[in-house]
Design a protein around this ligand. Structure first.
Ligand SMILES: [Fe+2]
Ligand SMILES: [Fe+2]
Length: 179
């Protein structure tokens, strides 16, 4: 068990933004393993994933992507691509949040869809965005970004982000955005 009241999501306050994001990516992978396990409390796992997905991704968009684009480490296409993949993650997550039977074949397929979507994004982000932070941003810059990303991530977690309504709102906002 990794989340919930008894297992809160870690909330560090400083570090290198690349290392911090990688640590969350490993946590997502652990949560996916737990979600695939039919004997785990899948509803609980889904709610932990929802909170972390929103806090992690929204803080990347508002603090990390923007800053890397300003430093010319990544371009606007990479930013838009990353944001679109976050939106695809919320869409795939919605099927998990709205399911009434978490032991069904349909739920199992929805886990597969979500897992593919999330792992695809993690791979691309680590190669296309985090590499740019590694090579084009100084250690001091990465520490500054780490602190600002964490402050926003932790603020969102503390505010209780990732409720089903929150995910539905993010999906609606994505649908209104020109593609
Ligand atoms: Fe990420
Ligand atoms: Fe991301």
């Amino acid at each position: 068990m990794l989340g919930g009241m008894a297992h809160p999501i870690p909330r560090p306050t400083e570090g290198d933004v690349v290392e911090l994001i990688l640590t969350d990516h490993r946590l997502f992978e652990d949560l996916l393993h737990e979600l695939r396990d039919v004997t785990s409390d899948r509803r609980e796992v889904v709610s932990v994933i929802s909170a972390l997905l929103v806090a992690h991704g929204e803080a990347e968009e508002s603090k990390v992507y923007v800053s890397l684009e300003r430093k010319n480490a990544i371009d606007e296409h990479e930013v838009e691509h990353g944001e679109r993949e976050h939106d695809e993650g919320y869409q795939a997550l919605l099927a998990l949040l709205e399911a009434d039977d978490v032991t069904s074949e349909a739920f199992s397929s929805a886990i597969h869809e979500f897992s593919e979507t999330l792992l695809h994004h993690i791979d691309e982000e680590e190669r296309d965005i985090l590499n740019a932070a590694r090579t084009d941003v100084s250690a001091a810059g990465r520490a500054e970004l780490g602190a600002s990303w964490l402050a926003e991530r932790n603020r969102l977690l503390d505010a209780g982000c990732g409720s089903p309504d929150d995910i539905r709102r993010l999906v609606r906002e994505a649908q209104r955005r020109p593609s």
